[in-house]
Design a protein around this ligand. Structure first.
Ligand code: ADP
Ligand code: MG
Length: 249
């Protein structure tokens, strides 16, 4: 993977919220198809960085965003989505009363494809997207019938039908059990194997490191460094995140 050009390259990203410098001259790269762990303590700027890439916030002037061979001064949500950048937020932004099929095909209805599509077409799209993740759910049931872990899979399936090349997952493991987390890690592996890059934010560092190629650490809005995931330990990451040295066994 190291000989390839980066899929995403951010340079000189600065973001200030009313006097708080949430990001200080941060650079960040994602390679095609890699699993990249983004780590940092609460408030270190992880979500803000994701919001800049997905067009929710505009970085201060001087920033450069290169993605898939194109240069941008900033992203808009529409540009990001059209370019295949997707994000799974912790609250998932799904519709509990709607069927699984409708939730997955929602973007299709809003997006580039014909606005009016039949329910059977939605059904077909949803089943196919779930199959790509190795999952089969009854897509005609309302989403509210399913547990959080399955809803998460629905959110990922929805991201996939938009031809995602880069998926951000911002703390998706927060409310998952151990076995649900393991299943999600399998899905992330599947995505990566199919060429989709995944940037993962999670407190479950042990699990995430196991599937990650690289790790970026932020502290107080600044980049600490980028490291190969292999050989990283949780204690070492804690040191990098906090800037303090610990004694450990
Ligand atoms: P993380 O996701 O790493 O926990 P965030 O990116 O959410 O961190 O936040 C980084 C810093 O920016 C924090 O100090 C946070 O309080 C601040 N911040 C984030 N979003 C906003 C906002 N919309 N308005 C004001 N301050 C914000
Ligand atoms: Mg956050």
């Amino acid at each position: 993977k190291s000989s390839q050009a980066p899929l995403l390259s951010l340079r000189n990203i600065n973001m200030t919220f009313g006097g708080i410098r949430a990001l200080k001259d941060v650079s960040f790269e994602v390679m095609p198809g890699e699993v990249h762990c983004l780590a940092g303590e609460n408030g270190s700027g992880k979500s803000t960085l994701i919001k800049i890439v997905t067009g929710v916030y505009r970085p201060e002037p001087g920033a450069a965003i290169e993605y898939d061979g194109q240069t941008y001064s900033h992203m808009s949500p529409v540009t990001a989505q059209a370019a295949g950048i997707q994000v799974i937020w912790q609250d998932l932004a799904l519709f509990p009363e709607m069927s699984v099929a409708e939730n997955i095909a929602f973007q299709t209805v809003l997006g580039r494809w014909p606005r009016v599509i039949s329910y059977s077409r939605m059904h077909e799209i949803a089943v196919k997207a779930l199959a790509r993740l190795g999952v089969s759910l009854d897509v005609d049931r309302p989403l509210k019938d399913y547990q959080i872990a399955q809803r998460q899979i629905v959110a990922i399936a929805r991201a996939l039908i938009g031809d995602a090349k880069l998926i951000f997952m911002d703390e998706p493991t927060a409310s998952l059990t151990q076995s649900e987390t393991d299943h999600l890690m399998d899905i992330v592996r599947t995505l990566s194997a199919s060429g989709v890059a995944v940037v993962f934010v999670s407190h479950r560092l042990a699990e995430v490191l196991e599937i990650s190629d690289r790790l970026t650490v932020l502290r107080d809005g600044a980049l600490v460094g980028v490291y190969p995931a292999a050989g990283m330990t949780q204690s070492r990451i804690t040191e990098l995140m906090t800037g303090r040295t610990f004694e450990y066994d």
